[in-house]
Design a protein around this ligand. Structure first.
Ligand code: DGL
Length: 273
């Protein structure tokens, strides 16, 4: 049976970071309902093995299917890098990751064909951006770097802080030296320090936020599959949030970045799935 077009979209991440993707879906597809899962008990994924990230992703997809979602967005770059290919073949539901939408736009927008990619150790170690970009255009040079300190800085709320600017300049100096004209923010948290990254890199470098590009690709995917929602019904909770730990902390962070007042956040036992 074809899923209901008024069913919600499932969005998941290792924790709060994927809210940057949920936020873009809310802004760009306001008729869509969302069920969000943040794996706050097992975050971070960025330094976990591929095997574990695949296992976590499978469990979360089982949970989201139980919520009767019509499509799933893997909002986490690390989970997209490690698990998307595996789970796409296993589940009979459209599944979208965040790597390809960001990389596609970077390939279109670079002028000098030097693209920088920043992300977690897992994402950068997987080499997935470089492989995909080279497939799009073998003439592209990819400069990649893991920036593991960015995630804790964002979670601490130091978005516009001299310490963050210092860390940004230490990590990103190399991209200036190698003259990258486009930089993919390949981790859910990085769009939140975009202005600090902009301050260091300057106006001449195109910063690609895969969260935005993913929301646009989700719209095309839903349209192609005949799954775009009509008008959003006046429901009490069009956006529902689930976590594997610390629901109140999640809710406070969500309320600080979403254009919507998060009321319902529920903790579930993800190991059951
Ligand atoms: N959500 C992760 C990502 O986009 C960052 C946080 C983590 O390491 O789990 O790669």
């Amino acid at each position: 049976m074809k899923p209901d077009r008024d069913a919600p979209v499932g969005v998941f991440d290792s924790g709060v970071g994927g809210l940057t993707v949920a936020r873009e879906i809310m802004r760009n597809l306001p008729s869509e309902k969302i069920v969000y899962f943040g794996d706050t008990a097992r975050v971070p994924y960025g330094n976990k093995s591929k095997e574990n990230v695949i296992r976590y992703s499978r469990q979360i997809i089982h949970f989201l299917l139980e919520q009767q979602v019509k499509a799933i967005v893997i909002a986490c770059n690390t989970a997209s890098a490690f698990a998307l290919d595996e789970v796409r073949n296993e589940f009979d539901i459209p599944i979208l990751g965040v790597i390809e939408p960001g990389a596609r736009v970077a390939a279109q927008e670079t002028k000098n064909k030097k693209i920088g990619v920043i992300g977690t150790e897992g994402t950068i170690g997987s080499g997935i951006h470089a492989a995909f970009l080279k497939k799009l255009d073998p003439g592209i040079t990819v400069i990649s770097k893991a920036c593991p300190l960015f995630v804790p800085l964002v979670e601490e709320g130091w978005l516009h802080d001299p310490v963050t600017l210092e860390v940004v300049s230490r990590y990103l100096q190399e991209f200036k030296e190698k003259e990258a004209d486009t930089l993919i923010l390949g981790c859910t948290h990085y769009p939140l320090i975009r202005s600090t990254i902009r301050e260091f890199m300057g106006e001449g470098v195109r910063l690609v936020n895969p969260a935005y590009e993913t929301a646009l690709e989700l719209a095309s995917l839903l349209e192609r599959e005949g799954l775009l929602s009509g008008e959003k019904k006046q429901e009490e909770f069009p956006y529902r949030f689930y976590v594997s730990d610390l629901a109140d902390k999640f809710k406070a962070f969500a309320n600080s970045i979403l254009p919507y007042d998060v009321e319902m956040t529920k903790k579930i036992d993800i190991e059951k799935y």
